[in-house]
Design a protein around this ligand. Structure first.
Ligand SMILES: CC(C)(COP(=O)(O)OP(=O)(O)OC[C@H]1O[C@@H](n2cnc3c(N)ncnc32)[C@H](O)[C@@H]1OP(=O)(O)O)[C@@H](O)C(=O)NCCC(=O)NCCS
Ligand SMILES: [Zn+2]
Length: 365
């Protein structure tokens, strides 16, 4: 049983430290604070780019001497604000969640590139395709038709592939890392993983171009924990012994397990001990480790292509092919997620039909 359930992603809390936009190397940058998005955090509509008034220092109209406030006879009390124009303005982009220094050319450029990747995906060019054939990238599904009529295909390869594809994968994983504010996937995890990509075809005038718009990393694991049903969570939370041990962000199992004592109600004839994973999404697990072959440490679909079934399709492809000759079933408990985001939890519930488990990506090596 894990002594402590580590978080993979973190909450988008107002107080969280801002993510720097300029890390140039994954190797030298310490992992950012682990955080997780609440369930309601990113409905698809909010991820659709909308034109917003640019926030600039000049955005507020200045009152000149003698100006009158329209439609309000009461003069509000004006406060003199002091700010230094030398202070760099840190801005958090609502579309990609990256914080960067406005006005710093390097930061602006870095943000622009990252933001485009988060929304529209990464180019899968001719060179990658040429190498794919040689490197043994498998095409698992071709000419897949999505809900909106667009077409694409599913490919799969191991992360130790090398060449142009490895370079592209590094950018993709860094994009996902920044988007999820998660730590980088360790080499040990990657060694036990397979990468599944959804390539969307964009027909052009002369040729069809492809973009990586979805990614699932599937990791070989040994054990995971079963997710508690809502009734079990309510029973555990309502038991008297749980009143002093409310779930918190990251706590050890000894501090955090919720127990429904046998005398608390007739329904708790069998004691229920649960471990909180994320109280904001009411996600609790039974701490007993159960044999589980496949874990999903990362799952990402670019924001303009969400709710088209891409994540589910990639997960199904992973479950069917991860272990050669042994198709896995999420409903049977063969698949686990690391601590899921709100949208991730929605996918695991919809796709996993109640059988998906939870595991620690670094605790399963
Ligand atoms: C989570 C994510 C990968 C889902 O990708 P997707 O391709 O949009 O997922 P699917 O279209 O396969 O969704 C399957 C089902 O999951 C549920 N679902 C997915 N996203 C949801 C959301 N934001 N809110 C509510 N339900 C959602 C729905 O039931 C959906 O079926 P429906 O569209 O027919 O209603 C994508 O939103 C994403 O990349 N988010 C940011 C990164 C992230 O949170 N990753 C998860 C880490 S655990
Ligand atoms: Zn952005």
């Amino acid at each position: 049983m894990p002594a402590e359930l580590k978080r993979t992603y973190g909450t988008r809390a107002a107080t969280r430290p801002l993510l720097p936009s300029s890390p140039t190397s994954e190797l030298t940058t310490p992992p950012p604070p682990k955080r997780k998005r609440p369930f309601t955090d990113r409905p698809t509509e909010q991820n659709t780019p909308t034109k917003k008034a640019r926030r600039t220092l000049k955005a507020e109209p200045k009152l000149k001497a003698g100006d009158k406030l329209k439609g309000n006879s009461k003069q509000p009390k004006l406060t003199q604000l002091h700010f230094s124009l030398d202070t760099p303005t840190l801005r958090t982009c609502p579309l990609c969640d990256l914080s960067y220094t406005r006005g710093a050319p390097d930061d602006e450029a870095l943000h622009k590139a990252h933001c485009a990747r988060v929304q529209r995906g990464l180019e899968w060019g001719k060179e990658e395709q040429r190498e794919a054939v040689k490197a043994g990238v498998e095409e698992l599904q071709s000419n897949v038709k999505l809900r909106n009529g667009a077409r694409g295909r599913v490919i799969c390869f191991r992360p130790d592939i090398g060449g142009k594809i490895a370079a592209k994968l590094a950018v993709l994983l860094e994009t996902i890392r920044l988007a999820l504010s998660s730590p980088p996937l360790s080499p040990a995890v990657l060694r036990r993983s397979k990468i599944y990509l959804f390539l969307l075809a964009t027909p052009g005038i002369s040729s069809t171009r492809e973009k990586i718009v979805g990614c699932v990393v599937a990791q070989r694991i040994s054990t995971a924990m079963a997710i508690a049903r809502p009734a079990e969570v309510s029973a555990a939370l309502s038991s008297p012994s749980s009143s002093q041990t409310q779930p918190s962000e990251t706590i050890t199992s000894s501090q955090s397990t919720l127990s429904s004592s046998q005398d608390s109600s007739e329904s708790s004839a069998v004691p229920v001990t649960l471990l909180p994973v994320d109280s904001s999404t009411n996600l609790y697990v039974h701490p007993q480790p159960l044999p589980t072959p496949m874990g999903i440490p990362r799952l990402f679909v670019s924001s303009e292509h969400r709710r088209l079934g891409i994540a589910s399709r990639l997960l199904t492809a992973a479950a069917e092919t991860f272990i050669l000759g042994c198709p896995l079933s999420p409903a049977r408990g063969d698949v686990a997620f690391t601590q899921p985001t709100g949208a991730g939890k929605a996918v695991l519930e919809a796709w996993g039909k109640g059988g998906v488990r939870i595991y620690e990506e670094e605790g399963n090596i």
